[in-house]
Ligand binder design. Structure first.
Ligand SMILES: *Cc1c(COP(=O)(O)O)cnc(C)c1O
Length: 492
């Protein structure tokens, strides 16, 4: 037996289990035992096979040890591009847990839920004014869900005009959820090529635009962090043939308070409350993907909508052309509370400063790293910057190695190999929350790794060296996932 080390990988609860260990002690039953014979035998059992048995101390230590292996925004820079791992004020957690919000039953009659309805109503008004849209639905549970709800509204709009059309156009730099949502909504996806600045090729759009195209889905600023400066021309090309323009607003934090999708010719767009307006995310949710629409699409909004009648807030279900409900009740209400608190706390000037600082921080990183790493698109960028590993080609060190080596320097790696149009992409978004010192520490680590790649490429290619788990077989994990633990003693 080896002595224990802090670097040992954490073992599974199943492996730590010992027969007879207990974490709780229940007093003897002092009520009549239920009549098992009256229960459907399919739903009763004497024991759960292989169920782990541990003491309370063992369980607490297991989870505490796991939590210390985690990397979090509360530990340091988390520069994932597009995902916007920004500052989430801790006070929001308290506000969202106020009993009047957290304990409100979703089936309360409107008369007993005026505060919650008012919050949803006022959040919708705030989003409309920030984005220049006429209405918002708060129901969708995430950005991807907002895309689907939006495309369903577009389909209803075109159908009412006699033909739902067949095709959704999507630029080749788009996030994968865009084509997935369009496909689920029953459309054929066609890819639109980017030009040398990484933006939509207006000429290609003009040549392709026709009456079979329902929608163009455009991310602005796009996934290279570049603002689509021709968005108004793009909108008029689409509109001239009766199509609609959808904006993927996941990157809205780049221009909040400075520009509005509604002024750019956008007909509808989602935004990700969990990216632009705080809310911790990254562990799989929950999130919120409200969709803003112009007047022409309002009849198709999901129901119920929150309306103000005099001084009273009501839920309105009558909307004959609605696409129906897209989420149980109202959506992820706790996210609305956090986003509303964020918007009120910052106010118009604070929101503008937030986006300015996000852009400044990204451009600081870009300027400090552009002589070390290759910039595939040299257009001015906003809130994020995309480098590639091309300058290190002759060393045999690739983007994945750089990402892994960053962990040794105490940073979460950036988004890598996305957008797909950049070979060996490293997509870095510092957000507005980081200090100059933190950015400088990251720059130093990135430069040091480039030096290491030249001096000792194997050091980088075998990173990380300081983490409990080293280089993982990611392809094997994806191709042959083991998702159910099986006792090693028992044959599978
Ligand atoms: C995050 C993101 C999405 C999807 O949003 P989710 O909230 O993760 O569903 C779509 N498009 C872009 C550009 C994104 O960054």
């Amino acid at each position: 037996m080896q002595p224990r080390s802090l670097r040992d990988p954490e073992r599974l609860l199943f492996e730590l289990s010992r027969p007879g260990r207990r974490g709780v002690a229940l007093p003897p039953l002092d009520v009549p035992a239920p009549d098992r014979a009256a229960l459907d035998p399919r739903y009763t059992r004497d024991e759960v096979e292989g169920f782990p048995e541990l003491s309370e101390t063992e369980v607490v230590r297991h989870y505490t040890r796991l939590s210390r292996l985690n990397y979090a925004i509360d530990l340091g820079l988390y520069p994932l591009g597009s995902c916007t791992m920004k500052y989430n004020p801790k006070i929001h957690e308290k506000v969202a847990r106020l009993p009047g919000f957290a304990g409100a039953h979703p089936q309360l009659p409107a008369g007993a839920a005026q505060g919650c309805l008012r919050l949803m109503h006022d959040l919708e008004r705030a989003l409309c004014s920030i984005c220049g849209m006429d209405r918002f639905t708060l129901q969708p549970a995430a950005g991807a869900h907002g895309e689907l709800a939006g495309i369903m509204m577009v389909r209803a709009y075109h159908r009412e005009r006699g033909n739902p059309r067949q095709v959704v156009l999507i630029p080749d730099s788009a996030h994968g959820t865009n084509p997935a949502s369009a496909h689920i909504a029953g459309y054929r996806v066609e890819q639109l090529p980017s030009n040398e600045r990484g933006c939509v090729d207006l000429g290609a759009l003009r040549r392709r635009m026709s009456e079979d195209i329902a929608l163009l889905m455009l991310t602005n600023p796009n996934t290279l962090g570049v603002f689509e400066g021709e968005i108004q021309e793009i909108a008029s090309v689409i509109h001239a043939r009766g199509g609609l323009l959808y904006m993927d607003g996941a990157n809205l934090n780049a221009f909040v308070g400075r520009a509005r999708p509604g002024d750019m010719g956008v007909d509808l767009h989602h935004l990700n409350l969990h990216k632009t307006f705080s809310t911790p995310h990254g562990g799989g949710g929950p999130g919120a993907g409200p969709v803003g629409v112009m007047r022409s699409l309002e009849p198709y909004l999901p129901v119920p909508t929150v309306e103000k009648e005099g001084e009273v807030y009501v839920l309105r279900h009558e909307r004959p052309k609605s696409i129906g409900k897209v989420r149980s009740f109202f959506g992820n209400f706790g996210m609305f509370v956090r986003a509303y608190a964020y918007i009120l706390a910052l106010g118009p000037d604070g929101l503008r400063r937030m986006s300015e600082t996000a852009v400044l921080n990204a451009n600081y990183l870009r300027r400090k790293l552009e002589s070390t790493y290759h910039l595939p698109y040299d257009a001015p960028s906003l809130h994020e910057v995309v480098f590639s590993d091309r300058h290190l080609e002759d060393t045999g060190v690739h983007t994945l190695d750089i990402a892994k080596r960053l962990m040794d320097y105490g940073f979460h790696p950036p988004t890598i190999y996305f957008p797909l149009i950049v070979k060996g992409a490293m997509m870095i978004e510092p957000t507005e929350s980081e200090s100059r010192e933190e950015l400088d520490a990251f720059i130093l680590a990135m430069r040091r790794i480039a030096e290491e790649a030249r001096e000792d490429p194997d050091l980088v290619r075998t990173a990380p060296h300081t983490t409990p788990v080293r280089r993982l077989d990611e392809v094997g994990a994806a191709r042959n996932p083991v998702i159910r633990w099986t006792s090693p003693q028992k044959p599978r």
